[in-house]
Design a binder for this molecule. Structure first.
Ligand SMILES: Nc1nc2c(ncn2[C@@H]2O[C@H](COP(=O)(O)OP(=O)(O)OP(=O)(O)O)[C@@H](O)[C@H]2O)c(=O)[nH]1
Length: 361
């Protein structure tokens, strides 16, 4: 009796039935397996030579939770750091649907057309919940992703905004060492992530659209206050007049905010990412900002204070993680919570006991 032709495990996995195809898959896997992982030195050399594959690999190390990878990532960052810092960092935020991807695609293409090297990173804490990135998505920036002078990396996933932000901060260093002179950090304008992005960029751009009703409704005061420019997108077709009106209203609203310590007066402009109009004016605004803050030394001062802020943030984050993950502490924490609930311990005394126990260890 003829036995039915069973599919091999490999063909099940790869969806290939032909023996030749199977053998080529095996050969490819063996080749992959044998491929030597680049040493730290090799990775750094390649990054400094502008190799985007090496850059991607280093960012993957930064994003890994494997302690060995993290150690290697730290070494790569240390060696890249002297070559970093030579870029301008621009944060872009806006509510979903405002056209961030379309805008970044148009803006990025404009920048590469004038000789810039553009890296797009994203801060999206929600990606850890949705198990994927909704921002910095390569498929939504089809043209830019094909551009030799552009690099797009979807958001790192992570449990906390602090974790995602750290990975983005470190990725900025790697992108700069790889020769990218314009770093765009995209974030969705609905949560706390704008504040994190604001503290890692030199310039903050708020993307808006004009609409019916009160233009200023629904915008958090804090985000408006952080903006160095407001760009009203979708100023095309029937929207052109509405966009002009919105520009006047935003200009008026911005005057109500206290003056910025940079000395910069925020500007409002309109554009159509779709029709690629007004994009050059956005760059003109950004360029005049950099001209001003580099001349009055605010640029360097801000970067220094951001570095200090991130050092403190990292300490806080690490202390909290270590404290809460300590096996003895987590048991005692539960006990003390019950004691507080039953009025056997005051919240202050309970916290004190926990902290003393932790620092004794
Ligand atoms: N008319 C017009 N439509 C635009 C323009 N820019 C973007 N759109 C459209 O607006 C919609 C949202 O654009 P996206 O670029 O995906 O917006 P996003 O802000 O990245 O969206 P989220 O992924 O939801 O955050 C798409 O249907 C775009 O085609 C523009 O300048 N004019």
């Amino acid at each position: 009796m003829k036995t039915p032709n069973k599919k091999s495990a490999l063909s099940e996995v790869h969806g290939v039935d032909q023996p030749e195809a199977v053998s080529s898959v095996v050969a490819h896997q063996i080749q992959q397996f044998r491929r030597k992982k680049p040493s730290t030195e090799e990775l750094v050399t390649r990054i400094l030579n502008g190799d985007k594959t090496a850059l991607s690999r280093a960012i993957t190390l930064v994003e890994s939770t494997n302690p060995e990878h993290l150690e290697k990532a730290n070494e790569v960052i240390k060696d890249c750091l002297p070559h970093a810092n030579k870029s301008v960092r621009i944060g872009i935020t806006g509510v979903p649907g405002v056209g961030k991807s379309t805008f970044i695609e148009a803006f990025g293409k404009y920048l590469t057309s004038i000789g810039k090297k553009v890296a797009v990173l994203a801060v999206d804490p929600s990606s850890s919940i949705s198990h994927g990135s909704i921002l910095g998505d390569k498929t939504r920036m089809e043209e830019l992703v094909k551009d030799e002078n552009a690099f797009i990396r979807p958001s790192a996933s992570g449990d906390t905004l602090g974790g995602v932000a750290r990975k983005t901060r470190e990725s900025i260093i790697l992108c700069e060492a790889c020769g990218f002179d314009t770093i765009i950090i995209e974030t969705v304008g609905v949560g706390q992530s704008e504040t994190a992005v604001h503290s890692m960029v030199d310039f903050f751009l708020l993307l808006k659209i004009s609409g019916a009703g009160d233009e200023l409704q629904g915008i958090k005061r804090g985000i408006m206050e952080m903006a160095d420019t407001i760009v009203i997108n979708k100023a095309d077709g029937d929207n052109i007049q509405k966009a002009k009106l919105a520009k006047t209203e935003f200009n008026r609203a911005l005057h109500l905010f206290p003056a910025k310590s940079s000395g910069w007066i925020p500007k409002v402009t309109t554009c159509s990412a779709y029709e690629q109009t007004g994009i050059d004016a956005v760059w003109e605004i950004i360029s005049s900002y950099f001209e001003m803050v580099k001349a009055n030394s605010y640029f360097d001062e801000k970067r220094q204070s951001q570095n200090q802020f991130w050092m403190m943030e990292t300490i806080n984050e690490q202390l909290k993680t270590r404290f809460y993950n300590h096996p003895e502490i987590s048991t005692l924490l539960e006990e003390n919570k019950k004691a507080v609930q039953n009025n056997q311990l005051s919240p202050f005394a309970a916290a004190q006991i926990l902290l003393e126990r932790y620092f004794k260890n």
